[in-house]
Design a protein around this ligand. Structure first.
Ligand code: NAD
Ligand code: ZN
Length: 312
């Protein structure tokens, strides 16, 4: 018998009881700490206890934490069951729910255990963002601005002209921006699902970003914002990026209440970078900008990264 099970976090379950009331629901505590193998073990047990089978459809309703866990749990439960997503944060709508990457963290190491596996569907309803706190809107815009930086100078300019408050009031404009990010991600994933080439570009801001996220317990979006600024400063030295582009990015991030700088412990960041998934021997395939809307994969030796981080 087919049955659907909703996986959500406790925060969303409390906000949307009317949507969930007649459904089978399992929950995780809200927040990044739930992205662990312990959660997967607990949820596996819970699914078995409520009678889930190979025919169960697992639906993740929530932000990127919920969609990453749902995708991974569905990939490994009974060697694979179907899943779908109902993203409820801007970050998940524009990025995390799309593309099939899923997974959990292993202590300090982000997304180290996971698979690439596509959901059956992603259901969009931006009305769900009405309850989203402003800080989470900001976090979502970090990934949205990322798409402008990597692929789409027009999107970047549009975002730089407006600000957070404007998009929070303009559903049509917001829908178009989400559609544009999803289109870029789909195009990239269709060409390179397993990240052998062009998909690596989506990691812009995420190399130092992931290390900072874990070391300083920052939300993903904020860490990516700082990571993008670091990548721009390195780009100025390595690809000749115009300093004016770095300044434009800084101004744009500030319009969405995102941080652009923080004092970091270079040695600790470097220690985490040694384990980066993009590392090869003593180099990391760093994603740099050549220009607004044009990212490139640029191998950088670890001492060069260390010197750049120390000089920030
Ligand atoms: P999140 O899932 O932790 O959500 C942020 C907070 O918002 C949580 O407290 C949540 O309960 C709350 N929330 C969610 N929806 C809400 C709503 N509609 N109203 C009120 N509150 C709501 O985090 P996130 O920022 O959505 O996602 C970040 C995660 O996504 C990170 O773990 C990151 O690694 C992952 N990610 C994955 C990919 C991918 O390709 N798989 C891409 C980008 C990010
Ligand atoms: Zn991200």
């Amino acid at each position: 018998m087919q049955q659907a099970v909703i996986l959500t976090d406790e925060h969303i379950a409390a906000l949307y009881p009317h949507l969930l009331k007649d459904l089978r629901v399992i929950t995780i505590p809200a927040g990044e700490d739930s992205k662990s193998i312990t959660t997967i073990a607990r949820l596996t047990k819970e699914l078995l206890e409520i009678g889930a089978t190979r025919d169960t459809l697992l639906i993740g309703m929530g932000g990127g934490v919920v969609t990453d866990i749902t995708g991974f749990l569905a990939a490994v439960f009974m060697r694979g069951i179907r899943c779908g997503f109902v993203p409820t944060t801007l970050l998940a709508m524009a990025d995390a729910a799309v593309g099939g990457k899923n997974g959990v963290n292993n202590g300090m190491y982000k997304n180290m255990i996971g698979t690439i596996r596509q959901p059956e569907f992603i259901l969009y309803d931006i009305q769900l963002l009405q309850t989203l706190p402003q800080e989470e809107w900001s976090n979502g815009f970090a990934e949205v601005i990322k798409y402008g930086c990597i692929f789409d100078a027009g999107l970047f300019d549009e975002l730089a002209q407006h600000d957070l408050a404007w998009y929070m009031q303009n559903n049509d404009a917001l829908n178009k921006v989400i559609e544009r990010c999803v289109a870029w991600k789909n195009r990239t994933v269709a060409e390179d699902e397993h990240e052998k080439g062009i998909r690596k570009l989506l990691n812009f801001g995420h190399t130092a970003g992931h290390a900072i996220e874990k070391l300083y317990a920052l939300p993903h979006g904020k860490a990516v914002a700082i990571g993008m600024m670091i990548a721009c400063h390195i780009s100025e030295q390595q690809t000749g990026l115009d300093a004016a582009t770095t300044q434009q990015l800084e101004a744009a991030l500030q319009r969405y209440h995102l941080p652009v700088h923080m004092a970091i412990d270079t040695a600790k960041v470097m220690a985490l970078l040694q384990t980066d998934k993009k590392r090869k021997d003593d180099s990391i395939n760093y994603i740099l900008l050549q220009d607004k809307g044009k990212a490139v994969i640029h191998p950088l030796r670890l001492p060069v990264i260390e010197k750049a981080l120390a000089s920030l």
